[in-house]
Design a protein around this ligand. Structure first.
Ligand code: HGY
Ligand code: MN
Ligand code: MN
Length: 438
């Protein structure tokens, strides 16, 4: 029997799932040690740590029989081919980069689960040392190089390159040390002129599937381990500069002050007030700096970020218009000037109905009763599927994240949930295989 028989898993012993989950948990710990931060997990695009985790992921991909390559955008890829060498691939994966002082599962879990899916589903060829996908499509594991946008502000750089949506304007983006994206490519050993070679066509892909921790509390609150994702929020990110006047902190009366930090602070409160009053709109000010940054000087300049998300692009953009008008009022009243610079924009992505169905069937196979309906959730968190959605159908599986804490060292997932998640994901892939007639 092959794992694909009747679109259901067969011949996979039940203990294979917890064993794979234990391996994943140990590898999440191993990857957590590859960091630029002292006692923190911080791993950004095109850094020495990025190169090290790519090498580890490649080693683990080869161990389960995949051929590996680093693509032109620094994404680490592994291929389990179909018997037909011209067959398209189902891409499964997530990202290996992190935010600053991150948890150990965001992105990483999805890459490691994809590698275990290959181990669970692969079938031997005539020669026992060669492994194949049992389906009419190959399985390609993607360890995306940049999803978070931590280093250059613009997120989804790795998956955007694969989706063929590269914008040459991005080469001028610079990190906090002034290193441009173009320079960072060269330092990493990549050729900026060849980034287009990372692009894939719709014909080469069957779809993109990703498993990810939820990064919110819904599953934990409902006592469920898994959910199907219906859509991924649209996102825009801005860097705002506020200009006022730096003056003496003691000698300047309040009616003469043009305090840029107070304008920025009032703006941050406006972000909370406006976004929290709208359904499925979320706004966050995560960075705020005052200049010149002296204890006895009224801040003459302030810079802050706005991360704005929404279930629908139109509603998100309407909130940005409303926020802009509010900022005009706040700054005008305080004698300040402000200007926004948009550093990231990605549309909402709706998960493909067929891939939602196969993920739902996968989760269904793990439920005690066939009449239970798996939970469906919208994702306010961003994922590589936002970029991949422009080139291929996208499907996602969420795993319970206790207390919903993420982008924080306490981020967690249980080995038991990972084992259930693996079973659901393997079933989902097998169901997709059945749809392709294998
Ligand atoms: O910011 C996000 O939503 C994602 O975790 N990159
Ligand atoms: Mn993240
Ligand atoms: Mn992530």
């Amino acid at each position: 029997m092959t794992p694909a028989e009747n679109g259901r898993l067969a011949g996979i012993p039940p203990e294979a799932f917890p064993a794979a989950a234990r391996r994943i948990m140990a590898r999440c710990d191993e990857l957590a040690r590859v960091t630029a931060g002292d006692g923190q997990i911080t791993r950004v695009y095109l850094s020495p740590e990025h190169a090290r985790v790519n090498r580890l992921a490649a080693e683990w991909m080869r161990e389960v029989g995949m051929s590996t390559r680093l693509d032109a955008a620094g994404n680490q890829l592994g291929l389990l081919p179909a018997v037909d060498p011209d067959a398209p691939v189902l891409m499964i994966g997530s990202h290996l980069d992190t935010v600053i002082d991150a948890g150990r599962f965001d992105g990483i879990l999805g890459v490691l689960m994809a590698i275990e899916i290959v181990r669970l589903l692969r079938v031997p060829g005539g020669d026992d040392r060669i492994w194949y996908s049992p389906f009419g499509f190959g399985i390609e594991v993607a360890a995306f190089s940049d999803e978070e946008g931590t280093r250059f502000g613009k997120a989804l750089l790795g998956s955007s390159a694969i989706a063929g949506d590269w914008d040459d304007e991005w080469w001028r983006l610079a990190d906090a040390d002034g290193v441009t994206l173009r320079e960072a490519y060269r330092e990493f050993g990549l050729d900026p002129g060849r980034v287009g070679e990372a692009a894939r066509t719709s014909e080469q892909l069957v779809g993109y599937l990703e498993a990810h921790i939820e990064q919110g509390p819904e599953l934990d609150r409902r006592g469920e381990p898994l959910a199907v994702v219906s859509s991924i929020a649209s996102a825009r990110r801005f860097q705002i500069t506020v200009e006022g006047e730096a003056r003496h902190a003691g000698g300047t009366p309040y009616d003469m002050r043009r305090d840029a930090l107070l304008g920025a602070s009032e703006a941050a409160l406006a972000v909370e007030r406006i976004c929290s009053s709208e359904h499925h709109i979320i706004g966050t000010v995560g960075q705020l700096e005052a200049f010149p940054g002296a204890v006895n000087v009224v801040p003459g300049e302030a810079r802050f970020s706005i991360d704005l998300r929404g279930e629908f692009d139109g509603a998100r953009d309407a909130v940005w218009e409303r926020l802009s008008r509010d900022l005009d009022d706040i700054m005008g009243r305080r004698g300040l000037r402000w200007r926004p610079r948009e550093v990231h924009s990605a549309p909402a992505v709706f998960c493909d109905p067929l891939l939602q169905d196969v993920v739902r069937a996968g989760i269904g196979s793990t439920l005690p009763s066939a009449s239970e309906d798996p939970l469906t959730l919208f994702s306010p968190a961003g994922h590589d599927g936002m970029a991949m959605g422009s080139v291929t159908p996208v499907g996602m599986l969420f795993l319970r994240n206790p207390d919903g804490i993420s982008h924080h060292p306490d981020e967690a997932v249980s080995a038991a949930d990972v084992a259930i998640g693996l079973r659901a994901l393997a079933e989902a892939v097998a169901h997709r295989g059945a749809e392709s007639g294998s």
